[in-house]
Design a binder for this molecule. Structure first.
Ligand code: HEM
Length: 409
């Protein structure tokens, strides 16, 4: 069940060595992360000018500590974090990089509306999962990413937000293009596409807000304009548009990877797939174990607000602190036999969704989709298996997911 015990690689010296830019880490980051956690749990990367934490406790304490800040404008201008700020658009950011009071002002009403809606729409979301999986080939070999894991999250978020059926195809294309924003090595053609689709999406969200003010519907855009009108949400129109886009960008690739990584792990551990088939009540625990074992988002970060000690080391104002969620999730001080993939074992809470005020807002949605997708896929395909294939992990730094996953039944 565990990874093969091999000698550990030497302690990594830079954050990029831990990312998918490094073919070794892309293939399997865990030996490198283990070596970092054991050999240098508070690492200074002078090239990227960031700190890197890898122990669970240090990371848990840091994400929960509200005295750190998040906006890249607070970061050492020579650090890789400062490069996240687009020239001329410095202040325009979603809750992902906002600090209080703006973060709380926007996140609170958004989260309230989003969670109420997800709760109400749960049967409909599960029906969408069924529909996508039922449309995949009934037998033979197919790419699970292409047929299920990629199309599902965008369909669900489109329905939640309230995208009109007639604009679904445009919406899909715009989504794909704006997600290029996560790729730091995009070409100039991709960059141009990202910008123009971002503008199209922004204009479309603006149209939707106007339309829903006139004729309310059962969707998140209506919820937000109604909260604005009642005074419950003190949020500007452009902030609503920007944060709807954040839901789209934050939720698509990540949920895609949760589903892809999960089916890969389950099929690689047939006894675990059998346990889940026999007891679908294990689905929630299975999803948590997948998130722990192969975290789709491998890193998050904070910025030191004033000189202080972090994890026992003196750090200075404006220094960014990167945290390897993937390393924390396999810390043996927190998880017994951390390299075992075991969906039947009760474990401490993983940290794949981050924590504290910035904890992933989409976690409940990702959980609903993945739980239902795992159970549905295993029941629709009683003989689902992995044929021989060269696995291709995505090259996007700090994300862990498959380009393709050929399955066969
Ligand atoms: C398996 C799926 C997902 C994973 C692994 C994931 C992971 C994360 C992580 C690690 C963070 C940063 C937390 C921190 O720094 O403490 C985050 C934030 C965020 N996520 Fe997710 N996410 C997932 C799904 C989603 C979905 C489905 C949505 C939206 C529909 C979403 C939207 C966001 C947003 C908007 C933030 C920023 C929250 C804030 O800063 O207040 N994510 N996510």
């Amino acid at each position: 069940m565990a990874d093969d015990p091999k000698p550990l690689p030497s302690v990594p010296q830079s954050v990029l060595e831990l990312s998918a830019f490094n073919p070794v880490a892309r293939d399997n980051p865990h030996p490198l992360l283990k070596s970092l956690r054991e050999g240098c749990p508070v690492m200074r990367d002078e090239g990227a000018r960031v700190w890197v934490l890898s122990r669970y406790k240090d990371i848990r304490d840091t994400v929960n500590d509200r005295t750190f800040v998040r906006h890249p404008l607070n970061a050492d201008p020579e650090s890789i974090t400062a490069r996240l700020v687009e020239e001329g658009r410095e202040r325009r950011t979603s809750i992902l990089f906002l600090d209080d009071p703006d973060h709380a002002r926007i996140r609170q009403p958004l989260a309230k509306a989003f969670y109420a809606r997800i709760n109400r729409m749960r049967p409909e979301i599960e029906a969408m999962v069924d529909k996508v999986i039922d449309a995949a080939p009934a037998s033979g070999a197919f790419d699970l990413m292409e047929q299920v894991a990629v199309p599902l999250p965008v369909l669900v978020i489109a329905r939640i937000i309230g995208v009109d059926e007639a604009r679904l195809a445009d919406f899909r294309q715009w989504s794909e293009d704006v997600i290029l924003g996560l790729n730091p090595v995009r070409t100039s053609e991709e960059n141009a596409r990202m910008i123009s689709s971002g503008e199209a999406l922004d204009a479309y969200f603006g149209e939707l807000m106007q339309a829903r003010r006139k004729a309310p519907q059962d969707d998140l855009v209506t919820d937000m304009v109604q909260l604005q009108a009642s005074g419950e949400a003190n949020v500007e129109d452009d902030e609503v548009r920007l944060n709807l886009q954040a839901l789209l960008v934050g939720g698509n690739l990540t949920t895609t990877d949760l589903i892809g990584n999960g089916i890969w792990l389950l099929l690689n551990h047939p006894e675990q797939a059998a346990a889940l088939r026999a007891d679908p009540g294990l689905a929630a625990q299975a999803v948590e174990e997948v998130l722990r074992y192969e975290a789709p988002v491998q890193v998050t970060s904070r910025i030191v607000e004033a000189d202080r000690t972090v994890a026992g080391c003196p750090m200075q104002k404006s220094q960014p602190v990167f945290m390897s969620l993937a390393a924390a999730n396999r810390d043996p001080d927190t998880f017994e036999a951390p390299d075992d993939f075991d969906i039947t074992k009760k474990r401490a809470s993983h940290i794949a969704f981050g924590g504290g005020p910035h904890i992933c807002i989409g976690a409940p949605l990702a959980r609903i989709e993945a739980r239902h997708a795992f159970v549905k896929l295993l029941s629709r395909y009683p003989n689902l298996r992995l044929p021989e294939q060269d696995l291709a992990w995505r090259t996007l730094p700090f994300f862990r997911g498959l380009e393709r996953l050929i399955v066969e039944s």
